[in-house]
Design a binder for this molecule. Structure first.
Ligand code: FDA
Length: 385
């Protein structure tokens, strides 16, 4: 192995650093990943039966207001003009999300103006005025009032956390967005869209250079293969994007994550929901939401099967070490534990920790790319000499 840099993890963090190291330094880069594909959690594949692009690790929508990131990603892919919108089923009716004037008027069978709706929600949220919300349930009521909270947030949150919101800390939610107009665009970023030829083609182009070599199905902690922690750390610069607690063999304890199980359902019809994402706000449906992948790419209609569709139902739960870690639980205890791991990480010779697993943070793709560009400049480039 004659690489100048080893990157553990072929997700967007690792791929961005690899691309930069080659472009800016002419470095030879070795990327390893334990999975059998590149792309990390943004990886997708085509479903032959329906022509849908399936996002294997959950729905991925690209959005950013960061010009540096937008310019960077556009070097490798064009984006469709997809605009993300989400709907929710509650009590036998479908409502638009995030909660907006359309949701409010449909829910209260009313025709409130923005000012009237604002006054109503303020009055309903006043139920717990002057009290310090003791749990997530009270926090929700104090933010948007009991009727909307109980209809759209309470049971969905209970399913996400497998815990009654009255037993969850209030701090999990800072705010619950309510829009007093009919705008139900989910993201408020300057740019959004989906990669025209799919996520995997985008990411393959990022590392399309003979100086980058990728080794898949390789665990950094498996000492029976040559590219492992013991053999490499201290000898060659390493960028590590796996779980930070795993790197240190969980010696200070496990950082907590939530994961998602996906259940695939196929329908003999062209379109089942009429939208890409349908949330289920009530407790009688056990899953939180369903993704109908075909509907992310209406521009591919001609190559999609008009009579079949595929839907993934999402079931949320706490992760064990064997599960895919998706969302950091991030209690005060977890944050304190992460700080201890981060202090140890800073002592590792020539190792840069990055990405969502390496820094125990929920990052959207644009955040990961931005932090990777910065990490390359500030931490990786100096190691390359
Ligand atoms: P990522 O997890 O992608 O890559 C890390 C890689 O390291 C993995 O490929 C893993 O196999 C590898 N690895 C770990 N341990 C290893 C070991 N021991 N040896 C070798 N390899 C190892 N963002 C967004 O902008 N819009 C969206 O809609 C969504 N949606 C979304 C849904 C869900 C369910 C999740 C969980 C996340 C999102 N995201 C998102 C976030 C997005 O997935 C995230 O920002 C990036 O994938 C993070 O890229 P990283 O490179 O940091 O990690």
């Amino acid at each position: 192995m004659d690489a100048d840099l080893v990157i553990v993890g072929a997700g967007l963090f690792g791929l961005t650093v690899a691309q930069q190291a080659v472009e800016k330094h002419g470095a030879k880069v070795e990327i390893i990943d334990v999975r059998d594909h590149i792309g990390g959690n943004a990886y997708s594949y085509m479903d032959e039966e329906t022509g849908a692009e399936i996002h294997k690790y959950g729905a991925h929508l690209f959005h950013t207001s960061n010009p540096r990131v937008w310019e960077y990603v556009n070097r490798f892919t064009e984006f469709t003009n997809y605009v993300h919108r989400v709907y929710t089923t509650h009590n036998g009716e479908v409502f638009p999300l995030p909660i907006n004037l359309g949701t409010i008027n449909q829910f209260f069978h009313a025709h409130y103006t923005p000012a009237e709706a604002k006054a109503l929600i303020a009055e309903q949220a006043g139920e717990l005025a002057g009290t310090d919300p003791a749990n997530l349930n009270d926090k929700g009521i104090s933010l948007i009032g009991r009727p909307l909270y109980e209809a759209f947030i309470k049971n969905y949150t209970a399913k996400q956390w497998q815990t009654d919101p009255s037993e969850l800390p209030a701090g999990i939610i800072k705010r619950l967005p309510v829009r007093f107009n009919y705008d139900n665009r989910y993201f408020r970023d300057t740019w959004e869209g989906l990669p025209k030829d799919g996520y995997t083609a985008w990411m393959e182009r990022m590392i399309d250079d003979p100086r980058i070599h990728v080794t898949l199905n390789t665990d950094f902690f498996d000492e029976s293969q040559p590219l492992n922690k013991k053999a490499l750390v201290g000898k060659v610069p390493v960028v590590y994007t796996g779980p930070v607690d795993r790197y240190f063999d969980y010696e200070l304890g496990d950082l907590k994550w939530r994961t998602v199980d996906f259940k695939e359902v196929r329908y003999d019809e062209g379109d089942h929901f009429g939208c890409p994402v349908m949330n289920f706000a009530d407790s009688d449906v056990p899953y939180t939401r369903a993704i109908e992948f075909k509907n992310f790419n209406p521009e591919r209609k001609d190559s999609q099967n008009p009579d079949k569709t595929v839907v993934w139902e999402e079931y949320s739960r706490f992760a064990t070490r064997e599960d895919e870690p998706y969302y950091p639980v991030n209690t005060a205890e977890d944050k304190a534990l992460y700080e201890q791991y981060a202090a140890k990480a800073a002592q590792e010779p020539k190792v840069v920790f990055g990405g969502r697993l390496g820094t125990y943070k929920y990052y959207d793709m644009h955040n990961v790319i931005d932090t990777a560009l910065t990490a390359y400049e500030e931490q990786v480039a100096p190691l390359l000499g």
